[in-house]
Design a binder for this molecule. Structure first.
Ligand code: NI
Length: 167
């Protein structure tokens, strides 16, 4: 396994749309394993392939306390959205920024697993937020795009300063 470099907002590659995976093969399983390792090391609770500059519809998520419930979604589709919740979100591609975003309270998702088998999952609370956040990444959308233009501008300025300091 290998740690993958994570793109940082406002990198334009974060706005590319991911293509569906045609065959779940060893290459996809290796990508998912590397993404999981990268997510745990960061540390984070979710990662989309877009964030590691691979534009395929693969996401990994683990919202458990003890990091024991790794979920992999390939070609995920949301079948149902119910209710609303506002949750403070962060993102490994937008370090140090936390903002409230309104999303569905519950979602029903269909996806393929690492064997290429279809499954459906119903999620609520944090897991539902995380699924929606990661699926946005596959569409080229970063959570800060839900915020006002002024806030987005401030975040871009702040992250640009940080990268000058660390570069
Ligand atoms: Ni994110």
């Amino acid at each position: 396994m290998a740690l993958l470099p994570i793109l940082r907002y406002p990198d334009p590659r974060l706005h590319k749309k991911a293509a569906p995976v045609e065959v779940v093969d060893e290459g996809i399983r290796k990508l998912a394993a590397d993404m999981a390792e990268t997510m745990y090391a960061a540390p984070g609770i979710g990662l989309a392939a877009t964030q590691v500059d691979v534009h395929k519809q693969v996401i990994v998520i683990d919202v458990s306390e003890d990091k024991s419930r790794l979920l992999t979604f390939i070609n995920p589709v949301i079948l149902e959205r119910v209710g609303e919740q506002a949750c403070e979100e962060g993102c490994l591609s937008v370090p140090g920024i936390y903002e409230k975003v309104v999303r569905a309270e519950r979602v029903k998702v269909r996806a393929l697993d690492l064997q290429g088998k279809e499954f459906t999952l119903e999620a609520d609370g944090l897991l539902a937020v995380c699924i929606q956040h990661e699926m946005d990444h596959l569409q080229g959308k970063v959570f800060v795009q839900y915020l006002s233009r002024l806030k987005q501008e401030r975040i871009r300025t702040r992250l640009a300063k940080q990268s000058r300091i660390t570069a």
